[in-house]
Write a protein that binds this ligand. Structure first.
Ligand code: SAM
Length: 238
């Protein structure tokens, strides 16, 4: 496997993603509250730099965690961040995308944040078909969706920036439709010292658009006993 779409943005992803997790952490923790650690393994798809992995570890005590991440650059950040945690030995970081991850037979909870659009519809449904029957009774599986719901052109966003030390790290994105439910995103990143650009990076990736309602229907079709939609979060139960 040689997945490199996040190589140019790896330096930026953690810094620029942290603000998105300010409210998401609590919302995800609320869905995971009461997960039975004896129910099996807690699985995370597309763990990135570990912002969700922290929530899993903090919310579900004792359960083993399987954090899958296909990008070697993001895995480096993930492994380094996890190594600083006292409970690091609970986590297995697996180098795989969702379709290539060997799923445990018994799953206590499963999570995929900001990643479902990386899966083509057939792969997404195949994942749900494999995943839902492995869930312990009542165990949650949670994904989130990101706009737009359909493949429409997205004009370049205003730059989003965070400061680290003296430098400012900035990201912006635009997307164009490349199929009926498929967008190609172009993300541009810059590192600035005052007004001076020190370095810049551009990356492209394809993203399959999907609505929360469609995800919910697919999870139900895969055998989920219940599905709740809370804004961008879709939470099903085994
Ligand atoms: C926008 S990042 C989100 C990272 C993290 N979940 C978060 O919310 O901070 C998308 C993640 O999905 C991963 N990814 C890409 N293709 C994937 C696939 N086919 N299956 C699972 N994850 C994938 C990327 O490597 C990246 O870590």
């Amino acid at each position: 496997m040689n997945y490199r779409e996040y190589a140019p943005s790896a330096e930026y992803l953690h810094l620029l993603s942290r603000p998105m997790w300010t409210s998401l952490s609590g919302r995800l923790a609320a869905v995971l509250a009461g997960v039975d650690p004896a129910g099996g393994v807690v699985v995370e798809f597309g763990a990135g730099t570990g912002l969700g992995t922290d929530v899993l570890l903090d919310t579900v005590p004792d359960a083993p965690v399987l954090a899958a991440e296909p990008s070697p650059e993001l895995r480096a950040v993930l492994l380094a961040r996890l190594a600083a945690r006292p409970d690091a030995d609970r986590v297995t970081v697996y180098p795989a995308g969702a379709a290539d991850l060997p799923l445990p037979d018994r799953i206590a909870a499963a999570v995929g944040m900001h990643m479902i659009g990386h899966l083509a519809p057939g792969d997404r449904r195949a994942l749900f078909t494999a995943l839902v029957p492995r869930l312990a009774p009542g165990a949650p599986v949670v994904f989130n969706v990101q706009p737009p719901e359909t493949a429409v052109e997205v004009p370049e966003s205003e730059p989003f920036a965070v400061r680290a030390g003296r430098l400012r790290y900035e990201g912006r994105g635009r997307a164009e439709p490349v199929g009926p439910d498929r967008l190609r995103w172009t993300m541009t990143y810059r590192t600035l010292d005052g007004d001076a650009e020190i370095t810049t990076a551009v990356t492209h990736y394809d993203w399959w658009t999907v609505s929360a309602t469609t995800l919910a229907a697919e999870l139900r079709a895969a055998g989920a006993s219940s599905v709740d939609i809370d804004g961008d979060l879709v939470a099903a139960r085994g």
